[in-house]
Ligand binder design. Structure first.
Ligand SMILES: [Ca+2]
Ligand SMILES: [Ca+2]
Ligand SMILES: [Ca+2]
Ligand SMILES: [Ca+2]
Length: 384
């Protein structure tokens, strides 16, 4: 999945807008997602796509008026069915909301295609109380039900406590849609954790979970002494929902790593051992500055400009690269043909369920032979 303003990826792309494309690694075929079932391209830009594990469901955002909700300039969340080519709108203004601002974050879809999660300022969405606070929401594809997930425990009357400050960044969802990790500066989502009165200066990472009819929110990205206002950001959740990776502000482990490092939280670890340092250089000190971690059963990937992360590859490009952690070792993914780091920045990373296929965008021109287009492309590295 990727978006591109290129006009020559599929025949007849004449809309003059960025579109979302799906490239099938088995057949080699690229098709345009952001179009009507009859093949008419969207009349606005379509970007920021994510795909289910079986490749049947794609979520993306678009300002088009001819794909889903026939509205104005706001970025809407849309879901595309690869089988029928039909597009279903997920977000649109409810009631008489004339200030509809649409989606703020790239939406994500669960591995099983059942659930979409996104972050929005739209106060007319169900469960919200028009509080002016940006929140995280889920949408159930079967029922169409939207649920507010960035909220605290329910009071005696069963009414959930609304967050006192914004959700930021990208919310992430587990394979079956029952767990959502999100980044928030709210101080009132969990009880009994020292923070400070509204509002926090920096974010923490939370995990929303559904068990049958019950839902909970717990603090997973926090300081080593269990406090909020840690600066934790960029969460991703494992397919099973039992592991969360994030970028730390203050390290969650005393004296180990720190700001800009990737950490993993493991729900099944013994108390006191929940956290591990993922972006740990084999030698030397940490540089920080990691971002966009993703986690599946097989591997963790992330982006960093730290030149000391790989023990085996020379990283002297002074550029951002993509890294993969499998079996505890950090390896450089975005390498040139001669095995050294690429000649420009790489980023926008995602990883397959088994951890063996890593997709990323790169401005480097020396990753494959014949890349003479002088622009960013999407690359795939496959491990055995
Ligand atoms: Ca186009
Ligand atoms: Ca709100
Ligand atoms: Ca580098
Ligand atoms: Ca290129």
């Amino acid at each position: 999945m990727f978006d591109s303003p290129a006009t020559n990826l599929v025949p007849g792309d004449a809309n003059g807008r960025s579109d979302v494309f799906l490239h099938d690694l088995h057949t080699g075929v690229t098709e345009r997602v952001s179009q009507t079932p009859a093949g008419v391209g969207g009349d606005g830009h379509s970007t920021r796509a994510d795909i289910s594990d079986d490749g049947q469901w794609v979520v993306f955002t678009s300002s088009s008026t001819n794909l889903g909700w026939n509205g104005g300039n706001a970025q809407d969340v849309l879901v595309w069915n690869r089988l029928t080519k039909q597009i279903t709108p997920v977000s649109w203004p409810r009631g008489d909301d004339e200030d509809f601002v649409g989606v703020q974050s790239p939406p994500r879809i669960s591995g099983d295609g059942s659930t979409v999660v996104w972050v929005s300022d739209d106060d007319s969405l169900p469960g919200d109380n028009e509080d002016g606070v940006r929140d995280a929401f889920t949408w159930d594809r079967q029922s169409g039900v939207i649920e507010l997930v960035s909220r605290g425990p329910a009071d005696a009357g069963g009414t959930p406590r609304q967050a006192d400050y914004h959700t930021d960044g990208i919310a992430a969802v587990s394979a079956d849609g029952s767990e959502v990790a999100f980044e928030s500066r709210a101080s009132n989502l969990v009880d009994g954790v020292p923070g400070r009165p509204c509002c926090l200066l920096s974010s923490d990472v939370f995990l929303w979970s559904r068990f049958g009819d019950e839902t909970t929110v717990e603090l997973v990205g926090r300081t080593h002494d269990g406090r909020q206002d840690s600066g934790a950001s960029d969460p991703a959740v494992s397919p099973g929902g039992d592991e969360v990776v994030f970028v730390a502000g203050v390290s969650p482990i005393e004296g180990v790593g720190g700001s800009g490092d990737v950490f993993r939280w493991d729900a099944d670890a013994p108390p006191g051992e929940e956290y591990s340092w993922v972006s740990r250089p084999p030698l030397g000190s940490t540089h920080g500055n990691a971002s966009h971690p993703e986690i599946t059963g097989g591997a963790i990937v992330f982006v960093s400009d730290d030149p000391q992360l790989s023990a085996t590859t020379v990283d002297d490009n002074d550029a951002t690269d993509v890294f993969r952690v499998a079996h505890g070792a950090v390896e450089l993914v975005s390498t040139a043909r001669d095995g050294t780091s690429g000649d420009d920045d790489s980023g926008r990373v995602d990883v397959s369920l088994d951890g063996d296929v890593v997709a990323f965008a790169s401005r480097a021109s020396d990753l494959v032979a014949g890349d003479g287009n002088a622009t960013q492309d999407v690359f795939v590295r496959t491990y055995e």
